[in-house]
Design a protein around this ligand. Sequence first.
Ligand SMILES: Cc1ncc(COP(=O)(O)O)c(C=O)c1O
Length: 937
Amino acid sequence: MNTPTKAEPARLDQFYTVTEARFDRWRSLLQASRAWEVAANQQSADKEAYREAVSGSFQELRQWENFFAYPGQALLKTLSECIDSNDATGTTRLAQLISAALLTHSYRNNPADWESGEQTPITFADKLPGIGEETVEHRPYFEVLMASPARPAAWSELAQELRKLRRSQDRFVYEPVFVGSFEDAVLGAILNGSIEAVVIYEGIPFASSHHSPILREFLTTHLATSGLDTNSGQYGLALAQALKQLRPELDIYFLSDRQVEKVAGDTSAACIRRVFYQVEEPLELHLSILDGIADRYDTPYFNNLQKYAQRPMGTFHALPIARGKSIFKSNWIRDMGNFYGLNLFLAESSATTGGLDSLLEPTGNIKIAQDKAARAFGADHVFFVTNGTSTSNKMVEQALLAPGDIMLVDRNCHKSHHYGAVIAGALPLYLDAFPLTQYSMYGAVPLRTIKKALLDLKAEGKLERARLLVLTNCTFDGHIYNVERVMEECLAIKPDLIFLWDEAWFGFARWSPFYRRRTAMGAAAILERKFKDPAYLQAYKEQEKKLSVNPSDKTLLETHLLANPEKARLRVYQTNSTHKSMSCLRQGSMVLVKDPSYHTVEEQFHEAVFTHASTSPNLQIIASLDVARRQMELEGYELVNRAIQLALDVRREVNSHPLVSKYFRVLGADELIPSEFRNSGFVDYLVPGVNWATVVKAVREDEFALDVTRLTLVCGTAGFDGTQFKNILAADYDIQLNKTSRNSVLLQTNINNTRSDIAQLIKVLVEISQGIEKRLSEGGSVAQQAFAARVKSLMTDVPNLPNFTRFFARFREDPSSLTNEGDMRSAFFGAYREHQCEHVKLFSQEIDKRLKEGPELVSASFVIPYPPGFPIMVPGQVLNAETIDFMRKLDVKEIHGYQAALGLKLLNPAFLQAAKTPSPVPVVHAKGKSARAATTR
Ligand SMILES: Cc1ncc(COP(=O)(O)O)c(C=O)c1O
């Protein structure tokens, strides 16, 4: 028998691991009590030690349970009594019941889980329903946080009162969780992802009964920066505001026994859904709580589509698949029907009537669904897109840019932006991201580079034509911008610059309190508040005074510039591949708009939608966008936390496993973000001493942060290049992953992953590592030398990453200009005429000769190798030795825009030297003139 062990004390600041750590604590208690039961049955001399271990484990777990409705005080009391009265069997039975109920969530629908009565122990397997095996109608369960100044002794009576209000027709069922202070309410909202609504009673005290310095530090920083007034002694409103910043989706109700009209009229109460006079109308409170949930639960488009599918419908339109008759009656394709099920075909239609609405010009339930998405994501408007973010990006760019406008853009951004520039006729001004040469990848664009580009444009008199800044947040590899700082400083230089944040990978981030402030919408909300604050205006004026005497670019580059809040227009667009990080069918994407000047571009926005959106959008994708929004508003917080936690688990397990870490490692923030961009001193998530407060500080201050869910696993040290390793994982282990680089693969955790997935991954890495060990030991020094040479070639002999060179003179308005924007569209279409092009073999001597002596090599097309997945060459770009060298060293199979048999497609010297047709005339936008006048520095 194992000797009894004391449970490790858990810290209250272990934020990310809350849910899973809770399960683990209950499983530990169960194991300890089973061991105790065996010892007790065998009358072992150690049985008291076993009992003490159980008691310790229970005490440790007990403090956390105050923040959850289940198992609740009554069951916990019974459990405690079982332990105290030496009832090892009773303790085990109860611990088993509770663990199983928690793990399977059966307590949400099963009243027996709330009782401690004698019954046969239930196993986990008994409780798990099969996928799609719902027999009774599911009534979703949630918890309501009640922040009350009443004595804890009165809480169970109050809870009973609330339960009495339940009615059979209620669509949802909830349990209250009582807390007695401001701090405990914040803790409850952080720890308990099932909390969906909060009821705040006036008069709650501030301090928690839990003593966590980290929590206090977090609260202090949080409250200090949010401008909340916690000195008034009235914490109710401050609590409502704090909770909204933490979890904006929560419905907040306020119960006051003073002048409720005054509270309701207070502008700071805008975050409160309803104010009640405390002693009145408990049923109204109950109904309001359910109504708030119903509002989030409601998926207008999906609901309607389900109704539509159930109606008898004669279809005389052009979609034979609709209703499924051509499938289910077919002799040959019936298996398709059986595979997908009837509903898919019943829910297909090409009609936009019958309540189905039109995606191209929504006025009905698609419009409502989009408005709900706007609320969920913190935007003014949302557009659903059914052709992926590739299309969303082109739509936004076409809508906002006209020929001749300058678009500042990360050269390594997704190809859709490059094509967006071609379509709009805008001149891309490529910005270079910092390179991570060793891993053959790029990071993100430093703020200094962006500011320098704007200042150069200003020096050249072209600032007013700089209309849009496009950045990828986060990048494929997980680099997250300090979005707030980037927008603030750019607006200081150009107050009407528009921002397009490509958050293809980052839509989920809205539901993490850590990441939200680094999303386009989160940062825009922060800046909006900042710009309204008189103290900010004052600070701006003081800075303005200091900088008024012709500041040098050096000074401007080194100063944290404040924007003029009276002039800055916060025009923010975000695109996200909803399908990449939420429960949405492939190609489901959204465009989020937060732009006070949106009305000035609305018409062209609709034109862009008409240009790019299919006239036959897929109804199931629209419905899944609607449902993805519902899920995130109701359980996004918990799911995203779990995805983050699982990513931390992978990082820890891989990097600390004695065998696996010999060959593989997951890169930390310190390896992916140079220290000059980590001013807070943050090193990585899993180094000793890092806790919630350090992470919060880094997320607030550092120029770049790393999204933990994006895991760069170095495999070059195991002798595999990225593609090779990806293929091994897929072919031999059924593991699919994201992208690859020369010596790494990118894994990603998301809201779909489970601990079993992580266990499987680790097991596979152990197996592969064992295989390497075996090969090396059996193969002797020959195998070891070959392995070392392979590792060296993958990890050390890496090609330099080529930055963007420049556009050929013909495609620049003024080739001597400081700034390097170019008319890529003319180059792109120049290649449409065969006689204007030539092909030159990549490995030919002609290339080397022309690199030395000219004429210059100018790309006719986009050349995009996968990996890295961004254009190494764009139309009109002059190629230099570095670019050619990189192409020559590429050992990937897929290179779009390049056919090895023909060679590089170039624009030929005759075309390049011929007189050019006039370049596009810059458009003066409605705001153009005022923009010039508004330029501050
Ligand atoms: C940064 C970025 N933006 C946009 C896209 C295109 O998104 P979608 O696949 O939804 O068309 C991708 C695709 O990988 C991407 O990485």
